[in-house]
Design a protein around this ligand. Structure first.
Ligand code: ATP
Length: 137
């Protein structure tokens, strides 16, 4: 079955939203295959966000992701990659649709990086790559 890499970002962990986010993943019918709380390193983030290197939000994004622990999750289920991205909502939490994780629980804090609570892989290739980065092969 399909797998995706989900991160509860440091804002989600600090605000005590990990349980609610996991509950939404489970309520949708996906299975939690792996789960751990870890503090990221610059090395891991450089790999995870390689496609964004050089963009204006890259450094603030890395600093934000180092600001506290994250919860890394491998979720499983048919079409889970698309399904979780739909559950998460669009990148900007101000306009993410109500009913989504970002739309219901997130907002703009006026910072240089979107603190948008979660990450979800965007393709099968990204999922395989990101699961390797966070959980090893
Ligand atoms: P989506 O692909 O659903 O838009 P994502 O989380 O995959 O969401 P990316 O485009 O991969 O978004 O960007 C990675 C992260 O960088 C975002 O989740 C957000 O935290 C931050 N980010 C992205 N674009 C911006 C931006 N224009 N300004 C500030 N932060 C941003």
């Amino acid at each position: 079955t399909e797998r995706t890499l989900i991160l509860v970002k440091p804002d989600g962990v600090k605000r005590g939203l990990t349980g609610q986010i996991i509950a939404r993943i489970e309520a949708k019918g996906y299975t939690i295959a792996e789960l751990k709380q870890v503090t990221a390193t610059r090395e891991v983030l450089a790999q995870h966000y390689a496609e964004h290197e050089g963009k204006p939000f890259y450094e603030p994004l890395v600093e934000f992701m180092l600001s506290g622990p994250v919860v890394a999750i491998v979720a499983e289920g048919h079409n889970v990659i698309t399904g979780f991205r739909s559950l998460a909502g669009t990148t900007d939490p101000t306009t993410a649709a109500p009913g989504t994780i970002r739309g219901d629980l997130g907002r703009d804090w006026g910072l240089k990086v979107q603190q948008n609570l979660v990450h979800g892989s965007d393709s099968e290739e990204s999922a395989a790559r990101e699961i390797g980065i966070w959980f090893g092969n």
